[in-house]
Every structure is written in structure tokens, then in C-alpha cells.
Design a protein around this ligand. Structure first.
Ligand code: FEO
Length: 166
């Protein structure tokens, strides 16, 4: 594996690990603040990020590289509001997308078409996750400070998911 690409993939492992830890922390906050639906949503997102990380670990190792498992800083664990959770979610996904786009760019520059092909799965995954984050944030912006709106959002969030992915 081209060393520069291996380094970028290892960096990506760190970003996925950070996202997984951040979403787990957001799930936990939601759980302790009465938002059980939102908690469930972020527990699932956290699991997904862990899968994204593991997929990279296996890929690097299968291609005779060496995957490095990173230490992850303590994520943020206190939040002002439901809307802040989803702002962080969208920012995090946009950040990850930018990093994936950079890997794609480097693959093309260095002519690593194998990794380029592997990364297409991440490109599609990011499109979906960013769309989900944007849709949910838009809904919360409409709801504003309305407490009963928050109650309904929390009750229905995992239904929006099912509908959007169908
Ligand atoms: Fe794996 Fe949502 O970035």
C-alpha cells in the first residue's frame, strides 16, 4: 500500500473513532435528559461509526498495511439543547466528508485505484448521513423552543429514519 495513502486511511480511523465516541456521549446525554428516541438514534449512529472504523482497520491490514488503533480524547459530554446535538452531528459529518474527499483526491493523484474503489462506499455513506443530519436539524429549527414539538421529535425520530432510508 502506498505509504501516504496508508497514513490517510489510518487518520480516517481516528476520525471515525472520534465520531463514534462523540455520538455515544450524545446518546448518553439524551438518555439522561429524557430524550429516549434521540438516545436510541445516537446509540445507533455511534455503532455505525465504529463499523466504519473497523472496516478501515480490516482493509488496511488485508492490503499488507498496518492499522493503528488510536487513543481518543474525551468527547464533549454536556450540551445546551437538542438543537445543539444535531448541529454537532452535522458539523461532524461534514468534517468526515471533507476528509474522505481528500483521500479520494490523493488516490487519484497517486493513482491508487484500489483504495479509490474501496472509498466509494464511504462516499455514499457520507451522502446519506449528511442528508439525515440536515433533515433532522431542519426539523428542529422549525420546532424552535416548542416543548411539545421536542416531545414529538423525540417520539418520532427513529420513524423518520426508517422512512428516509426506505
Ligand atoms: Fe463514518 Fe459518519 O462518518
Amino acid at each position: 500500500m502506498i505509504p501516504e495513502i496508508e497514513q490517510l486511511l489510518n487518520d480516517q480511523i481516528t476520525y471515525e473513532a472520534k465520531a463514534s465516541a462523540q455520538y455515544l456521549s450524545m446518546a448518553s446525554w439524551a438518555d439522561t435528559n429524557g430524550y429516549n428516541g434521540v438516545a436510541e438514534f445516537f446509540y445507533m449512529q455511534s455503532e455505525e461509526e465504529r463499523l466504519h472504523m473497523t472496516k478501515l482497520v480490516k482493509f488496511i491490514n488485508e492490503r499488507s498495511g498496518v492499522a493503528i488503533i488510536p487513543a481518543v480524547d474525551k468527547p464533549r459530554n454536556d450540551f445546551d439543547s437538542l438543537i445543539e446535538l444535531f448541529e454537532i452531528f452535522l458539523e461532524s459529518e461534514e468534517f468526515v466528508t471533507a476528509k474522505i474527499n481528500n483521500i479520494i483526491h490523493e488516490c487519484l493523484t497517486l493513482k491508487d485505484y484500489n483504495v479509490h474503489n474501496f472509498m466509494q462506499w464511504y462516499v455514499s455513506e457520507q451522502l446519506e448521513e449528511e442528508a439525515t443530519a440536515r433533515t433532522l436539524l431542519d426539523k428542529l429549527k422549525i420546532i424552535g423552543d416548542d416543548k411539545s414539538g421536542h416531545y414529538l421529535f423525540d417520539r418520532d425520530i427513529n420513524t423518520f429514519q426508517a422512512t428516509e432510508q426506505a
